[in-house]
Design a protein around this ligand. Structure first.
Ligand code: ATP
Length: 460
């Protein structure tokens, strides 16, 4: 945000060039013409040399201050980042009672910014002072030349009066030009980060001739998929499975095994490094991102609500949803009655990131939202982990009805294995690979990793 704010200087840059520099150049040209007309070519040339020297000095000395200006802009961005982190993470700051630390940390970034700004200001002002010294020098040389012209009879004594009166108008354009150069350099440095951001290419984009798919049956296949967030460490390796329309595929396994990553690859948050993911035999890289993401409804692990009302957050999934549809989705996820207990009902403001609601309430709204979206493929990533078991089973029933209404292919990530026993296929992940697969019954009979997890949870 700070980079964007600093980038507003790009508009100032245009303003400086169009509204200040160009008129100044016209001014200087007119002044040169007048001097030539009133005196002689040498007086004009002297002014031209003075102009060029001002600019040359400005350009030459700018390298001594550019780095300081850059440091100052960087320090400003760092200050904004530290402040933003502390505000966004206020709860963590409170849990660990780190107000003192945060205050000190922020104070330090403010100090660094002020010092950087001061160092740049001092150098800038000194250089400017030195350049200003050239003004009396230029005046002396030009006045001497005018007097010489008069003494030689090439112009009248009144010419000197004219020169004295016209001096301010002559020198201002020259000063403005060097001032403009300084301003342009400063604005460009401020806008550097924004320009870099604008040049940044998205890593996941549509291919050259993507096609839209609107209605799908719901065949999803992962074929030998590999992926790494960081080239030095593979996150997913040789992943292969397929889901038939209407099937429920459960992804289970240790934390960090790559389950969420697999679903993020399906949504093309990232592209696979090897292998292929397809929906109804279309490689997802050949489908427009827009239509791909319309096909998939997701309840993520940490659903985020926007700072608005409950109704606005629900309608985010389907802006055209009627109130009756919204209520129906909320009834299915057992949140409707709860919402009615809030003084403002569906118009209750949920606060920044849904802070005014409990974790279970946010999750139920997230499930209601996905029901409203009514997409043919469903991804539920720990969708009911924060909900008590009684409410969870009623939501499970609602979700089952929702899935069956349209033969939705569903991917469920769950740590609580009791929620996925009826899945058509259970994939057990370990370190980015599938180590076991089958139905609950098969996997229990196999007496492997899944069966071990199941017995532990059953005992608990
Ligand atoms: N954006 C990211 N950048 C880099 N590494 C990541 C990123 N997201 C996840 N990882 C890493 O990838 C690995 C797999 O993460 P993933 O979230 O897929 O695991 P998971 O099986 O869903 O775990 P959990 O059950 O805890 O949600 C982890 O080691 C994690 O640290």
């Amino acid at each position: 945000m700070k980079a964007l704010e600093q980038g507003s200087s790009l508009a100032r840059l245009l303003e400086t060039i169009v509204c200040e520099s160009l008129p100044t150049v016209v001014d200087v040209t007119v002044a040169l013409g007048i001097l030539y007309w009133k005196f002689d070519i040498y007086v004009s040339i002297t002014l031209l040399v003075a102009c060029s020297s001002f600019l040359a000095l400005e350009v030459f000395t700018s390298r001594w201050k550019v780095e300081l200006r850059r440091q100052s802009a960087r320090a400003e961005r760092r200050e904004a980042r530290v402040m933003h982190q502390a505000i966004q993470g206020w709860a963590t700051v409170s849990y660990f009672n780190m107000f003192h630390f945060e205050r000190k940390r922020f104070g330090k970034t403010v100090d660094t910014k002020l010092v950087a700004h001061q160092r740049w200001s001092i150098r800038d002002t000194s250089i400017q002072g030195a350049i200003e010294l050239m003004i009396p020098l230029t005046f002396t040389i030009l006045a001497g030349m005018v007097i010489y012209n008069i003494s030689q009879g090439r112009s009248k004594p009144g010419g000197f009066v004219f020169f004295i009166q016209y001096w301010d108008s002559l020198i201002w354009p020259v000063k403005w030009l060097s001032h403009d150069y300084r301003q342009i350099m400063s604005d460009l440095i401020d806008a550097e980060r924004l320009l870099a951001l604008l040049q940044q290419k998205a890593t996941v984009v549509d291919c050259e001739e993507p096609h839209d798919i609107r209605d799908v049956e719901g065949h999803v296949a992962f074929e030998d998929v590999c992926f790494a967030y960081d080239n030095r460490k593979t996150t997913i390796c040789g992943l292969g499975f397929s889901a038939q329309p209407g099937q429920t595929i459960a992804l289970v396994g240790a934390t960090g095994a790559g389950k969420s990553t697999a679903t993020k690859l399906l949504l093309r948050f990232y592209d696979v490094t090897e292998g292929k993911i397809s929906i109804d035999n279309h490689d997802i890289r050949d489908i427009t991102l827009d239509s791909l993401r319309n096909l998939i409804g997701v309840v993520p692990q940490d659903p985020l609500l926007f700072n608005g009302t409950i109704l606005e957050n629900l309608r985010y999934a389907k802006p055209s949803a009627t109130f009756a549809e919204t209520i129906e989705a909320c009834q299915a996820t057992s949140i409707h009655d709860k919402i009615l207990t809030f003084p403002d009902g569906y118009k209750t403001h949920v606060g920044e990131q849904g802070v005014k609601l409990s974790g279970g309430e946010v999750q139920r709204l997230a499930v209601a939202r996905v029901i409203l979206k009514d997409a043919p493929i469903l991804v539920l990533d720990e969708a009911t982990s924060a909900i008590d078991t009684h409410t969870e089973s009623s939501i499970q029933r609602a979700l089952d009805a929702f899935k069956n209404r349209r033969k939705r292919t569903t991917f469920v990530i769950a740590h609580r294995l009791s929620t996925i026993v009826s899945a058509d296929q259970i994939l057990v992940f370990d370190e980015g690979k599938i180590v076991e697969r089958g139905t609950h019954k098969n996997l229990i009979a196999r007496d492997g990793v899944y069966s071990g997890l199941w017995s532990k949870q059953s005992r608990a």
